[in-house]
Structures are given as C-alpha cells and as structure tokens.
Design a protein around this ligand. Structure first.
Ligand code: URA
Length: 465
C-alpha cells in the first residue's frame, strides 16, 4: 500500500477551519519541523513535496492552533510527537519512582532548590526509592531560571549528557541539569517561532511545550506549580486553572501521575530574588536558619514536596507528605543530599560554609517606605523586570547573567510599615544599573491606611478525575 502523502497546506486549512487533525497529521507537522531544521543545519536543500514545511507554514499552523485550540486527543498527540522528537531519558534502569516538579515561572521562586534535595533525601533513606531527573530552564521574561541560579555555584556543571545524568541519579537520587539540544528539539524550534508569531500565550502550546519536556524525563510523578497573580504569565485565575487542567490531563494520559497546585504570585517569594542570593536563601533554610521573610517559600516548597511524596507512595496523604518534607528539611537530610548533588556535578561546596560572604555586589541602594501604613500591593511582574534589569536576567539569549544582582525584600503584603523603613535592598555589579530598577520598584509599591485582606498562598489543587 502506498503511504498517504500529507501536505502542510491541507493540515493548515483544516486547523484554520476548526476541524480536528488526525494523529498522522500532527506527527507529520512535528516531524517536518525537526527534519527541516536538521536539513538547514546540514546545508541540504528541501526534499519532495509532503516532506517539508516552510517557516511561514509553521507560523500559520501555530496561529491556527492559537485561534482554534486543540481537543485533548490532539493535545496528547502534539505533546507525544514533541516528546519523542529527539533523545529521551530512559528511567527504567533506575528502578525508582521518577519524580519532578515544574513551575510556570515566578519572581524569587527558588523552591526547586529545596524540593529536589528533599525528594533526593527521601529517595536515599531506604524506603521505596525516589529519584529526581530535574531538567530546568534559564530566566524567561520577567521570571528567574533555576539553571542561572545553580550556575552561580563555582564549578557547577549543568550541561550533563543523559548518560552522566543517569550516573548522578544513581549516586545522589537527583540531578539538576539543563536541556540539551538533542532533547525535545521540536520545542526549541517551535518556541522560537512562537516568540516571533505572537503565539506564546496559547494554553495548548504552553502545555505541549512544558509537558513534552517533562515527559521526556520518563516521569512516574509530576507536581506542577501554576502561578496566579500579578507576577504570573497567565493573567487570571480562570486561565491559570484551564492551563493546569490541560497539563494534568496530558500528564495522566501519558501514564504519569500528575497534580497541579495553583499558587499566589503577587509578590516576590521568600527573602531574596536574583541568582546567588536565592541559592544563599535555600542554603540557609537547609542549614536550619529560617529567616521570617522565607516563611512563604518554605510553605510552598513543603506543599509541593508533600504532594510529590504522596504521589510516590512515601506519605499517606499530601498533608502527611508536607509534614515529612518539613522534617527532612529540619533534620539536615536535605542539606546532606544537596551537598552530594552539587559535588557530583562538579560544584565547590565550600561556598556554602558562609553563603553571605560569597555575595559580593559592587553597588547597593535601599528603597524606603514613603509613609506610615500597610504594604498593600505591588505589580509583581514589574518587580521581576526590575530584578532582571539589575543584571540578574539577560536582554538577549546567550548573554551572561550577574551572580550577585538581585533584591532583598524586607516586608510582605499586609505588613505594617513606617515612613523611612527599608522595603527593598537592590544589589548590582554596576552602579549605573541601579537607577531604573529603583524607580520601577518605587513606582509599583502601594502603601495604604488599612491592612489588605491576607490571601492564601495555596489557592487550589487540580488533580485527575
Ligand atoms: N515554559 C515553557 O517551557 N514553555 C512555554 O511555552 C512556557 C513556559
């Protein structure tokens, strides 16, 4: 029997007109995207009709999906085709419950740096085993990236091959690595196209992008942290919840136990936002020092860890898991796991002996309260951009980031503040970079006469069924 030839224009027209695409059509599009890119890389010219797709057609396909959406079946097919578009991690050799978390992105959100060691410690204590093949990203827009934070540790190597990642996992029960060019290449290409075609915000495309990368880790359990609030990518609770439902459904259909927590992102999480300063905050917590400004970070991290321990069968309920996570943090077991992971990836652990001493910004400025009152709110996205512009983020892909740029928060929404009291300390490696972020922070912080109603950090849980 002759293979049916699929033409990109037919697929586009079908999606443009709101029809459902077949599995073969979706596989064709993803395959052609990756083949076209490989051909460009090798300098080859286009092949026969039906094998290739032009950049214009990819853009039109993305816009058609943006406008028309996807059925759950189509979304599952797109995610699967992207997941298997390159190398994948094979966790079967580990014989453990592979577990990871993913956050849709926040400001000061360093919870991965606590959760991975907590789960690794749970994986090493002799009970049913857990391992964490955590593939993280760099800063994106106004949000920070776990890799940029980890790479402030001298010597730390995040660019491990999948084979080396397997060895670190066997030894330490967690590996903290970056995406390689061969892992989910379809996402790398499509993400770049989305950026240029105004299609980044499609919940279907976000879901396929995130879930293809996470499922390529061969996970048995996945805990998603979907942010809600002024610092979140999704502007409303309704849209965040819709994205969470898509991701949970896609994960479960792929055989991965998946849960999503909708959590507040109305102000920077914890005490510090930046790169090294966020590592420092986590090291303090793992060494048993709990600064009052870190309370929300610890609450979030324990809740996400707790769900993971529950999915892995290490706790009877998510609440028991939360208590167990806190115990693992307090006992020093998470810190011991952290030291093992960092050392296995070439990092110099001596910097953790005095993390404050390693923080060497060249310039600092303090933003103070203009009057007495209560800290009533702020645009958290603006705060994120201010942190990036202090030097913690990059203006162009591939730019270096500053290890020591960032901010320290001195008050949380709802706190009583007095005129002249420090609200934020700004750090930079360049005095000239302080002015604009200082103005941005000053312009977004609101102080009111009455205490605003306290909002809970954990808004909702989205799970299967
Ligand atoms: N993070 C991703 O990896 N992909 C998206 O589309 C959005 C956030």
């Amino acid at each position: 029997m002759r293979d049916v030839v699929i033409h990109p224009i037919d697929v586009l027209l079908k999606k443009r007109d709101g029809e459902e695409l077949s599995t073969a059509e979706i596989e064709f599009v993803v395959g052609a995207v990756v083949r076209g890119n490989a051909r460009e890389d090798s300098g080859e010219t286009a092949g026969a009709v039906g094998e290739t797709i032009s950049d214009a057609q990819i853009g039109a396909f993305l816009m058609a999906v943006f406008e028309r959406g996807l059925s759950l079946r189509e979304l599952g097919d797109l995610t699967r085709a992207m997941r298997f578009s390159g190398e994948t991690f094979d966790a079967s050799v580990l014989e453990t419950f592979t577990l990871d978390k993913h956050s849709t992105g926040g400001v000061g959100d360093k919870s991965s740096l606590l959760i991975a060691p907590v789960w690794a410690a749970a994986g090493m204590d002799g009970g049913s085993s857990v391992s964490v093949p955590m593939i993280s990203g760099r800063s994106l827009g106004h949000t920070g990236g776990t890799l940029d934070k980890l790479e402030t540790i001298p010597g730390f190597d995040s660019q491990l091959s999948l084979a080396r990642m397997g060895e670190v996992l066997r030894e330490c029960h967690a590996a903290l690595v970056g995406q390689t060019p061969r892992l989910v290449p379809a996402d790398r290409i499509l993400y770049g196209m989305r950026d240029h075609t105004g299609t980044v915000e499609s919940p279907f495309l976000i879901c396929a992008s995130i879930m293809s990368k996470k499922l390529a880790e061969d996970l048995r359990g996945l805990v998603l942290d979907v942010k809600v609030g002024s610092g979140a990518f999704m502007p409303t609770l309704e849209r965040s919840k819709f994205l969470a439902e898509l991701m949970v459904s896609t994960g479960e259909s792929a055989g991965t136990k998946t849960v999503a927590l909708l959590t507040a992102m109305d102000e920077p999480l914890g005490r510090f936002s930046g790169n090294w300063v966020e590592v420092w905050e986590c090291v303090d917590i793992m060494q048993g020092r709990r600064h009052s400004m870190s309370a929300d970070l610890i609450e979030l991290s324990n809740a996400l860890s707790g769900w993971g321990l529950f999915l892995a069968g290490r706790a009877e309920s998510p609440e028991d898991g939360t208590a167990l996570a806190d115990e693992i943090l307090r006992s020093g077991a998470a810190y011991a796991a952290w030291l093992r992971i960092v050392a296995a990836q070439g990092g110099d652990t001596s910097v953790f002996e005095d993390p404050a001493a390693f923080h060497k910004p060249k310039a600092m400025r303090v933003l103070r309260a203009s009057r007495d009152g209560f800290l009533a709110g702020m645009d958290c996205k603006e705060i994120g951009w201010a942190v990036q512009r202090l030097g913690a983020g990059r203006a162009r892909p591939g730019d270096p980031v500053s290890a020591h740029a960032g901010i320290e928060s001195h008050a949380k929404i709802g706190d009583r503040v007095e005129a002249g009291q420090a609200l934020f300390t700004l750090f930079s490696e360049d005095e000239a970079l302080l002015e604009e972020p200082y103005r941005m922070l000053g312009g977004t912080v609101r102080i009111a006469d009455h205490r605003p109603e306290r909002q809970s950090l954990l808004r909702e849980v989205v799970k299967a069924g």
